[in-house]
Write a protein that binds this ligand. Structure first.
Ligand SMILES: C[S@@+](CC[C@H](N)C(=O)[O-])C[C@H]1O[C@@H](n2cnc3c(N)ncnc32)[C@H](O)[C@@H]1O
Length: 285
C-alpha cells in the first residue's frame, strides 16, 4: 500500500505504511501532514461503516443540496472527498462536482463508491495548502465537510487552506465548511455524541484526549479494530474570524443543520462563508 505525503514545497512523496503510526508519544503528534499516516488503507476500508451512508443521508436530509441550490451553485468543488459521500449525493442531485482529497487511498475508495452508484468521479489529488497548483478552474461553491478542516494543526496552515479555497471560488462563490462543536468539548459542557456524521452502528467514536491544541479521537469497531485521529480542536468563533480575515464577507453558522441553535448543544457547526462583496455599513455580521 502507498501513503502519499507532502513535503514543505507541496510535492507529493510516497512511503509504504500498513498501519497507523503515532510513534512513542501519540499526544505529541500535532502535525498537519500526519493525516496521511492516519488514513491508512485499513482505516479507509472501515470509513464507510463509520459514517454509514444511509443513516447519514437520513440525518442530513437535503440540507446541503438546498443550501447550494439557494445560493445558485451549480459547479461544486468537494475538497475533502473522503470516500465520496457528499460528492455522490451532489452528483445524484444534478450538480457538477469535482472531488479533491490529499489522500490517495480515500480518492480511490471514493472513485469506486461513485462507480457503484453509477457515477464517474472527476478526482484531483491535492493537499489544500497547495490546492491551486492542481485545481485550475473556478467554482460556485467549495465544500469541506465531515469535520475535515480540523486536520490542520497550525494557524498558518488553516489560513493558507482557506485562502486557497477562496481563490478557487468565483466572485460570488461560497464556502461551506463544517466542524465538530469543540467548544462544548473543551469547556467540558457536554458528553460527546456522534449523531450526525459518525452514525454507523458498529462503531464507537469517542475523544480520548482533549486540550487546547489536540483532540485525539478513538474509533472502535465491533470486530475489535481500533484507529485514532489526532485533530486540532477548532473553536467556532476562531473559524468564523479566520474566514473573515481571509476575505469572506459574510459568515452564517448553523448548528446541526438548523438555522437557530443553542450554543452548547449541537454536535456540529456548519459555516456558510460568502465571497460576494458587501458594504460593511450594511452588515455588521
Ligand atoms: C474526516 S475525513 C472526511 C471525509 C468526508 N468529507 C466525509 O465526511 O466522510 C477528512 C478528509 O480530509 C482529507 N484531508 C485532511 N487534511 C487534508 C489536507 N491538508 N489536504 C487535502 N485533504 C486533506 C483526508 O484525507 C480525509 O479524506
Amino acid at each position: 500500500m502507498t501513503v502519499a505525503n507532502t513535503d514543505q514545497e507541496g510535492k507529493l512523496r510516497t512511503s509504504s505504511q500498513a498501519a497507523q503510526d503515532f510513534g512513542d508519544d501519540p499526544l505529541a503528534v500535532r502535525e498537519t501532514s500526519h493525516y496521511q499516516m492516519e488514513y491508512v488503507e485499513s482505516f479507509v476500508d472501515k470509513w464507510d461503516a463509520l459514517i454509514d451512508w444511509d443513516r447519514r443521508a437520513k440525518a442530513e436530509g437535503e440540507f446541503f443540496i438546498e443550501k447550494l441550490r439557494d445560493l445558485g451553485a451549480k459547479k461544486v468543488l468537494d475538497v475533502a472527498t473522503g470516500t465520496g459521500f457528499h460528492s455522490v449525493m451532489l452528483l445524484k442531485a444534478g450538480f457538477e462536482v469535482t472531488s479533491v482529497d490529499g489522500n490517495e487511498e480515500m480518492l480511490a475508495k471514493a472513485f469506486s463508491n461513485a462507480r457503484d452508484h453509477g457515477h464517474m468521479l472527476r478526482t484531483i489529488h491535492a493537499d489544500w495548502r497547495w490546492l491551486n497548483r492542481h485545481v485550475h478552474d473556478l467554482y460556485d461553491a467549495v465544500i469541506c465537510l465531515g469535520n475535515s478542516f480540523t486536520h490542520l494543526h497550525k494557524d498558518n496552515d488553516r489560513r493558507k487552506a482557506l485562502a486557497e479555497f477562496y481563490a478557487t471560488l468565483r466572485a460570488e462563490g461560497t464556502l461551506v465548511l463544517d466542524q465538530r462543536n469543540y467548544d462544548a468539548l473543551l469547556d467540558h459542557d457536554v458528553e460527546p455524541t456522534h449523531n450526525y456524521y459518525y452514525c454507523g452502528q458498529d462503531v464507537r467514536a469517542f475523544p480520548e484526549h482533549i486540550d487546547e491544541s489536540l483532540a485525539r479521537f478513538c474509533y472502535e469497531f465491533n470486530d475489535g479494530a481500533q484507529f485514532h485521529l489526532n485533530m486540532f480542536p477548532l473553536r467556532k468563533a476562531y473559524v468564523q474570524r479566520l474566514m473573515k480575515e481571509v476575505g469572506f464577507q459574510r459568515v452564517s453558522t448553523y448548528g446541526d443543520f438548523q438555522e437557530t441553535f443553542r450554543e452548547k448543544e449541537p454536535d456540529f457547526f456548519i459555516h456558510v462563508a460568502e465571497k460576494a462583496y458587501r458594504d460593511l455599513e450594511d452588515d455588521n455580521a
